[in-house]
Design a protein around this ligand. Structure first.
Ligand code: NDP
Length: 385
């Protein structure tokens, strides 16, 4: 009996508790708001601002600056646009308003030196025609700012040397804008080549071609245009970064169709061959008169690597072939320009040298100058090591 009453008691307690529980669950589900009160999902974290940011002045608001570089600031961790330099004030005002740049921080090519008085500017990014790179880099360094200069570094070896000397005497950093050194597919290709994944490297082929319509700075000799300078440089740089070597001799050919007025001043197509100390032979071609084609292939003793879209802003695809097996390597792409600007910003904050200082631009200019000599003379040109 006592057991029974105890059972009855427990059962009653259980039922009471159960009823209470069910009732309370029903109540809370009914009251629970379907949307968060401020429409902000609770798991979303407010980002912390970076401890330090680096202020960038963009010089030359052309296609690259407006279509790639300015939008890339949104993907950058620490680089911020703080000043603009342009020959067209109305355009500059519009760009400043779009990207939150203070309108008092707009300059032109005559007032360029006033950047020296703008403490918000840490680094100047030169995105001008190639013939203006040296002058604006040197003036920027003399104004006491670090400089990122677009490729090709300049139009001659002498200009490159002046730029390097100017950086040294100003005690400021000079980096050349080789965005692919920050791009995961190209970086992986370098690792695979260097780690012997393909066996001993033997041959590399690369092409970088596009159809350039006039008017375009690329078609003007006086502005430093030409397919070798504009797109062939990517092949030259890739041959150097894939092998980790400097070429010892080069050959080259150029073609300039007489019936195409676009090529009054610069060749339409250029091909070149580089011979490296390890024995690697690398052949490249570049053109302003072909459909878009940007890729390279590295052939080693035991494997082959293909990087499709190698030199583009996006869309790289990396394939590795060992014996009969071809595999595609899946990597997460990045915004090349944001990665490049963050890298230089970090170097500035940490007082470190960048991955591609002036010497890297000079090394490419040496090779391109030798290719031009080979084209002119019809001879193989030796490069001093
Ligand atoms: P654009 O012709 O589109 O722009 C160049 C800008 O330079 C002009 O809009 C103008 O800006 C300014 N400029 C000043 N003086 C002159 C002049 N005399 N003639 C023409 N323009 C002048 O060229 P891009 O933006 O395509 O190329 C600029 C640089 O960027 C080149 O060195 C090129 O090699 C490099 N580049 C690099 C790429 C990369 O992937 N790293 C890709 C594309 C280009 P404003 O009106 O504001 O004065």
């Amino acid at each position: 009996m006592s057991q029974h009453s105890s059972y009855e008691l427990d059962r009653r307690t259980f039922i009471a508790a159960g009823v209470t529980l069910i009732a309370s669950t029903t109540m809370s589900k009914a009251d629970e708001p379907l949307a968060p009160p401020d429409k902000q999902p609770p798991h979303v974290k407010t980002p912390e601002p970076p401890a330090k940011t680096v202020g960038w002045a963009i010089v030359g608001l052309g296609q690259l600056a407006l279509e790639e570089v300015m939008p890339a600031f949104a993907n950058s961790k620490i680089a911020r646009p703080v000043a603009l330099v342009s020959g067209h004030p109305e355009k500059a005002k519009k760009v400043a308003a779009t990207y939150g740049v203070d309108p008092t921080s707009i300059y032109d090519y005559k007032t360029y030196e006033k950047l020296a008085d703008n403490p918000a500017v840490d680094v100047i990014y030169i995105i001008l025609p190639n013939s203006m790179h040296a002058e604006y880099t040197v003036r920027g360094l003399k104004a006491g700012k670090h400089v990122l200069c677009e490729k090709p570094m300049a139009t001659s070896i002498a200009e490159c040397e002046q730029m390097i000397a100017a950086a040294k005497s100003a005690r400021k950093k000079l980096m050349i804008a080789y965005r692919l050194h920050h791009e995961p597919f190209n970086k992986t290709a370098i690792e695979l080549c260097r780690q012997g994944e393909l066996g001993k490297l033997k041959l590399i082929t690369a092409c970088n071609g596009q159809d350039v319509k006039a008017p375009n700075i690329r078609l003007s000799k006086s502005l430093g245009g030409g397919p070798l300078q504009d797109v062939g440089i990517y092949c030259v740089n890739a041959f150097r970064y894939l092998t980790g070597e400097e070429p010892i001799e080069v050959t080259g050919f150029a073609s300039r169709p007489k019936d195409d007025p676009r090529f009054r001043e610069v060749p339409e197509s250029v091909t070149f061959t580089l011979h490296f100390p390890s024995g690697v032979i690398a052949s490249g071609d570049c053109s302003f008169g072909t459909a878009e084609s940007r890729r390279y292939r590295v052939q080693g003793a035991s494997g082959i690597l293909d990087l499709e879209g190698a030199f583009g802003y996006r869309g790289q695809r990396l394939y590795l072939q060992n014996e009969d097996r071809i595999s595609e390597m899946k990597l997460t792409p990045v915004d090349h320009f944001a990665a490049e600007m963050d890298h230089f910003s970090e170097c500035i904050l940490a007082g470190k040298e960048s991955k591609t200082p002036g010497e890297e631009g000079l090394a490419d200019l040496r090779v391109m100058t030798a290719i031009e000599e080979a084209i002119r003379t019809g001879r193989t040109v030796a490069l001093k090591s």
